[in-house]
Design a protein. Structure first.
Length: 146
């Protein structure tokens, strides 16, 4: 099993956009935290609890039943080559990819970037990590951290 974790600071607005627009590429004109603060407060509280419950379930029920590779989305975006190498070592159950075609292909793909390999049109902010931190109150950040 591969488990990818992403900072909830960007997950929550991204998922709200998907739910409200039905698209990964669109962004609503409104700003949730400004135009609909009651919705945003409820969304942050509910989704934070859902994410915590899902994470706890993965750790308590699934990880013990199968080999699991954990990866942070931010690490994959910032420095993809070592993350992909570790992932393929896990998938192939080998200690190294040294001298393999997979190693060569990972190097080729990461050298050219991922822009031509997207399944859908990315928003122009897709490469900015923690770009949504301005949307949260101090109390909301504390809720996500606990």
């Amino acid at each position: 099993m591969i488990v990818m974790a992403r900072n909830p600071i960007d997950v929550l607005p991204s998922f709200a956009h998907l739910v409200n627009t039905g698209s990964h590429s669109l962004v609503p004109n409104e700003e949730y935290h400004v135009d609909f603060p009651e919705f945003w407060e409820s969304w942050v509280t509910t989704m934070t609890q859902n994410l915590k419950e899902n994470h706890e379930r993965v750790l308590s029920e699934l990880v013990s039943q199968m080999p699991t590779f954990f990866v942070r989305y931010e690490d994959l975006k910032l420095n993809p080559q070592p993350v992909l190498e570790l992932l393929f070592c896990f998938l192939l159950d080998v200690g190294t990819l040294k001298g393999t075609l997979i190693e060569k292909r990972i190097q080729e793909v990461t050298a050219t970037g991922f822009s031509s390999k997207n399944a859908y049109k990315l928003k122009n902010t897709s490469n900015n990590l923690c770009r949504s931190s301005h949307m949260y109150t101090e109390a909301q950040i504390t809720t996500m951290e606990s």
